[in-house]
Design a protein around this ligand. Structure first.
Ligand SMILES: CC(=O)SCCNC(=O)CCNC(=O)[C@H](O)C(C)(C)COP(=O)(O)OP(=O)(O)OC[C@H]1O[C@@H](n2cnc3c(N)ncnc32)[C@H](O)[C@@H]1OP(=O)(O)O
Length: 395
């Protein structure tokens, strides 16, 4: 599109972005959701695409920190992306992504992440599907017998207002064990994790928060169902105690957990596996390594090794080419002219970065080329994480 202009959207125009989101996502923005939208859009770096005086597209970036193995990294969390139905497929999104990449590089954020409305959109921009989640359903019309002895320490219900102070340290400790989550500040807890109003189903209660010294569960109830929003536990016995609590709530006969890690323990803990069903599995976080060497240095590695990676990146030229990665001790990643062990697209590097997808699989399907026999298996060993990556932050 010849007259396309990408520019910042001022804070005074936040409501314009919200109306635009309603249009492209086919939503009626309700009065009670407006405050949450305004909070999120004010917090974001906002860009708009204009054509002939018409707002043709928009993209918002929330500066966050993402848990990676061994720590956290600055991350551009991308949201509220849309293009007018009258202007689609003319390169508006591509122009906004180009600007987003430039902004992320300027801000020194090595990675960008998003939840995709459709899986077909973001691979071309260098994003790879970095983690997945499952939906579980538990039949609690009879007692839930577990193979794991529940931790006997007492549970207590706390006011959601206390959540940032009480749950915050438990959540931070969980991020150190499992990559894929976002660091949450008090506002994030209040607005996105524990909003009083339930966003999609009005028949459920406000959130209930049950806390253990080393874990917590957030849930809502209604119509005989416990809907689990978030459950974090420092070890399997704490996890067993929380599930048993949820299964024992009076006047309910089912737990529905729309988002759990793919390696959730409950299906293995249940003495009767038929009582726990995995009802769906779906792609969650898409990850883009905006600064390949910085991102590779920002995570810890599970094996001491060295690789030459030939990275293809059609959108960010600074990433394109050969990198020597050393995963022992202090990780290092420098430009090299050495012969590559593996050739891969930056999107595939994003997919394996948190230890979710496996390079060996990508070699088998022909997406990644292995020049040095065994290199993919060795890099998989270095990328390996004890717990599967998992994201339960909605943005
Ligand atoms: C993080 C988030 O917010 S995810 C939400 C994304 N937004 C939505 O789903 C809302 C509804 N959809 C839209 O607003 C738009 O269709 C968008 C934003 C998905 C795409 O915007 P467009 O301006 O049409 O994309 P653009 O013209 O830059 O497309 C670039 C390429 O991506 C392809 N593409 C774009 N959208 C899609 C799609 N949904 N499925 C498959 N391919 C797509 C185009 O065909 C094009 O391919 P090409 O380069 O081979 O020709």
């Amino acid at each position: 599109m010849t007259d396309l202009e990408i520019r910042d959207v001022p804070e005074a125009d936040v409501d314009g972005m919200i109306d635009f989101s309603g249009l492209v996502f086919h939503q009626r923005i309700r009065e009670r959701d407006l405050e949450r939208w305004r909070w999120m859009m004010r917090r974001a770096e906002r860009i708009g695409a204009w054509s002939g005086g018409v707002r043709a597209g928009q993209l918002a970036t929330l500066p966050m920190r993402l848990a990676v193995p061994g720590g956290t990294v600055d991350c551009s969390a991308i949201t509220a992306v849309g293009v007018l139905p009258t202007h689609r497929r003319r390169g508006v999104l591509s122009a906004m992504i180009e600007r987003m990449h430039a902004d992320a590089i300027a801000a020194g954020r090595p990675v960008a992440a998003l939840w995709a409305s459709e899986g077909a959109i973001y691979g071309r921009y260098g994003f790879g599907l970095a983690d997945r989640a499952v939906e579980l359903e538990v039949d609690t019309s009879r007692p839930l017998a577990l193979r794991t002895e529940p931790d006997p320490r007492p549970l207590r219900l706390v006011d959601p207002a206390e959540a940032p102070a009480v749950l915050g340290p438990i959540h931070e400790a969980a991020l150190a064990r499992r990559p894929g989550g976002l660091v949450r500040d008090a506002e994030w807890w209040a607005r996105t994790v524990l909003p009083d109003e339930e966003l999609s189903d009005e028949r459920l209660t406000e959130p209930r928060v049950v806390v253990h010294p080393e874990g917590y569960a957030i849930y809502r109830t209604g119509r005989g169902t416990v809907r689990l929003e978030d459950l974090v536990a420092a070890d399997p016995r704490v996890e067993a105690a929380l599930w048993q609590y949820l299964a024992g709530i009076d006047l309910t006969s089912r737990i529905k957990a729309p988002s759990r890690p793919v390696d959730d323990l409950l299906p293995h803990m249940a003495a009767d596996p038929d009582q726990v069903r995995t009802t769906a599995e779906y792609g969650a976080l898409w990850l883009r390594l905006v600064d390949v060497p910085a991102a590779l240095r920002a995570r810890s590695w599970a094996a001491d090794d060295a690789f030459v990676l030939d990275v293809a990146d059609a959108r960010i030229t600074g990433n394109h080419g050969r990198w020597r990665l050393e995963t022992g001790g202090e990780p290092a990643c420098e430009r090299t002219t050495g012969a590559p062990d593996l050739s891969l697209d930056v999107a595939d590097l994003g997919a394996v970065h948190l230890g979710g997808a496996r390079l060996s699989t990508l070699v088998r399907i022909g997406a990644v080329t292995e020049h040095t026999p065994g290199a993919a298996a060795r890099l998989d060993a270095a990328l390996a994480v004890p717990l599967a990556p998992y994201t339960n932050d909605d943005f």
